[in-house]
Design a protein around this ligand. Structure first.
Ligand code: 5GP
Length: 191
């Protein structure tokens, strides 16, 4: 087991409905030492890629993306899930279904923060059905930019997102891939 798998095995909680709770270290309280390790590992796995920008989605992706960005020396852009008065100018907007909230969000990025010559690393906390990622990919493509890679903290390998994204030909790296989990016993099996 790697450092993230060990942490999930120790502190992750399996909930009904194929949901893994990691709120004590990843997406509510955040363990920044762990994020540093994740950033270093993403830097190692994408060492061959020329990356000019990291793109993530609010809220849980932001912390991971920001720490990772220090290893790449690039800015972070996060997609917003709602329109606000702070969003102005032209925007890329795609519709994304939420795994955790079971509703649809509009995901929005201002056009001025993604350019055709950008080479983008997409980062997110979880990969389940792949809806969030496909939305972010669509935004990068709409900008005419290139998806240089996709870095995920936790992939639930028993859900189809990872397979779909890899079949699309993207360089996807997940730091922990869960092949099975059981809410009753709490057991988690890593790939
Ligand atoms: P997808 O779009 O791939 O179906 O789901 C990805 C998004 O749903 C992630 O951004 C994450 O916020 C949320 N998510 C999916 N599965 C889980 C899970 O098991 N636990 C938690 N905490 N979030 C999840």
């Amino acid at each position: 087991m790697n450092f993230l798998e060990e942490r999930i095995a120790r502190d992750g909680i399996v909930k009904e409905g194929n949901v893994l709770k990691v709120d004590s270290f990843l997406n509510h309280q955040m363990d920044i030492e762990l994020f540093e390790q994740m950033g270093a590992e993403f830097a190692r796995r994408f060492a061959g890629e020329q990356i000019t920008k990291i793109l993530t989605i609010e809220a849980s992706g932001i912390g991971i993306a920001c720490i990772a960005a220090r290893y790449f020396g690039v800015p972070v852009v996060f997609a917003k899930k709602s329109q606000s008065i702070n969003l102005d100018g032209e925007m890329y907007t795609v519709e994304v279904e939420s795994f955790t909230h079971k509703n649809k969000n509009h995901v929005i990025v201002a056009k001025k923060f993604l350019a055709a010559d950008d080479s983008v690393l997409i980062i997110d906390d979880f990969l389940a059905n792949g809806c969030a990622l496909r939305g972010l990919i669509e935004i990068v493509r709409a900008a005419g930019a290139r998806v240089a890679g996709i870095g995920i903290a936790v992939e639930k390998g028993f859900q189809p997102g990872g397979r779909i994204i890899r079949e699309m030909g993207y360089h996807l790296e997940s730091l922990a891939i869960i092949d099975a989990m059981d809410a009753e016993s709490g057991a988690i099996t890593f790939r």
